[in-house]
Design a binder for this molecule. Structure first.
Ligand SMILES: Cc1ncc(COP(=O)(O)O)c(C=O)c1O
Length: 393
């Protein structure tokens, strides 16, 4: 591994002010919120330092907004054959904000919104907070990976009278990168029912060795025209605190409906966030390649450990993301194993039930950390399981 990637010692990480390391204190190793323990790309820090060292922190010029839109369009065209007109991109503060705005723009109170479960927890809260109905379709654990049940999705959409599909690809928490065929199946359902598909692709750049990302909008035709792609440099480049994201619309109509909320009500983005996103997208690929190697190596360690300590099917290998969705039901740790693991292993994972009903007996482990810390986490969990402390009921 590049020596740079484990530059921060445990003691330095413990002094970080971000929520990941700060929430629980030093006794608990954090493997929950989706932040990485790596140093960020030098290209990104240099761009931000340039602004800071020249006291250049005034209101951003519209040209900077345009540069973000262009950098995004150029990047997704180059990497994912996703054709985006920079004029059809809106810069927002974060992806979850854009999900809320899409719900408000494309659906009415009481409308059904379909999504795959387990699901990134804000999908549930966004749908509930806006007074929409969650229509969930469980992914099925197959022999190698989580599988999409298109027949079930079709009936969920029909029976619940869905008005929008909210997709997460690559999928948090299972790490699935949906194939072109799977996405085409979703598109067929969306087109049959005239539904916009809002595709949260924030994890696209975290597609790991052996897999590839297919952007929903790259399907082209009516599927692309009815889609909104949400993304940000924040996840792959570890900049979540900076707040800068994009929404790319497949049609002028979808963009206009979204933009009906006044700009000031939508909030705005900081110059640091914009400059960092441009630097990451235009000059960060060398850093990203190394990060992906570190993550793929961590994934291999985790897989070996899970097979040996948790059982053959406890971890279906993630194709993307640095998140491992662990099925701990065979271990008698109750519905929410994260509670048990925190208490007995002193490792904080994300609670499975937060990801919906299929999350019972599961927990999500963030492996974007140094190999040494990952090893310590796994040892702590192994020892706690061996000690076999009785599970909370
Ligand atoms: C699928 C998904 N969408 C959105 C986000 C958060 O993005 P933002 O901080 O831009 O709202 C995350 C964070 O982990 C995520 O996993």
């Amino acid at each position: 591994m590049s020596p740079d990637f484990d530059r921060y010692s445990r003691a330095q990480l413990e002094r970080r002010t971000g929520v990941k390391w700060h929430r629980d204190g030093a006794a608990i190793l954090p493997a929950w919120v989706a932040d990485m323990d790596f140093p960020i790309a030098r290209e990104v820090t240099a761009a931000m330092q340039n602004l800071i060292s020249t006291d250049d922190l005034g209101y951003p010029d519209p040209a900077l907004d345009e540069a973000v839109r262009q950098a995004f369009a150029a990047r997704v065209a180059r990497r994912y054959r996703l054709v985006v007109d920079p004029e059809r991109v809106v810069v927002v503060s974060d992806v979850v904000q854009a999900i809320y705005l899409c719900l408000l723009a494309y659906t009415e109170p009481g409308d059904g919104v379909a999504f795959l479960t387990p699901a990134y927890p804000p999908f549930f809260s966004a749908v509930a907070d806006t007074g929409r109905r969650a229509l969930v379709c469980d992914l099925i654990a197959g022999p190698q990976r989580y599988e999409l049940d298109l027949a079930r999705l079709r009936s969920v959409v029909h029976e619940g009278n869905a008005r929008m599909i909210l997709l997460c690809n690559p999928h948090n928490p299972t790490g699935r990168s949906f194939s072109a065929a799977e996405l085409a199946g979703i598109a067929e359902i969306a087109i049959e029912n005239d539904l916009p598909v809002v595709s949260d692709e924030i994890h696209a750049d975290l597609t790991l060795r052996g897999s590839s990302h297919v952007a929903y909008g790259s399907l082209g035709g009516p599927a692309a025209a009815q889609s909104v792609t949400l993304s940000s440099a924040s996840k792959a480049f570890n900049l979540a605190g900076l707040r800068c994201a994009v929404a790319a619309f497949g049609s002028e109509e979808l963009q206009e409906r979204f933009a009906r909320f006044p700009r000031h009500a939508r909030g705005s983005v900081s110059v640091l966030g914009m400059v960092a996103a441009i630097a990451a997208w235009e000059r960060g690929d060398g850093w990203l390649e190394t990060a992906l190697e570190v993550l793929a190596d961590n994934r291999a360690v985790l897989e070996g450990w899970a097979r040996e300590r948790l059982g053959d099917r406890a971890l279906l290998s993630p194709e993307a993301t640095y998140l491992a969705w662990l099925d701990l039901r065979a271990h008698g740790l109750g519905d929410n194993p994260a509670v048990w693991l925190r208490e007995h292993a002193r490792v904080a994972l994300s609670p499975g039930p937060d990801f919906g009903a299929p999350g019972a007996g599961h927990a999500r482990l963030n492996f974007a950390t140094t190999p040494a810390l990952l090893e310590e986490m796994l040892e702590r969990i192994s020892s706690a399981l061996e000690a076999g402390t009785s599970a909370p009921r």
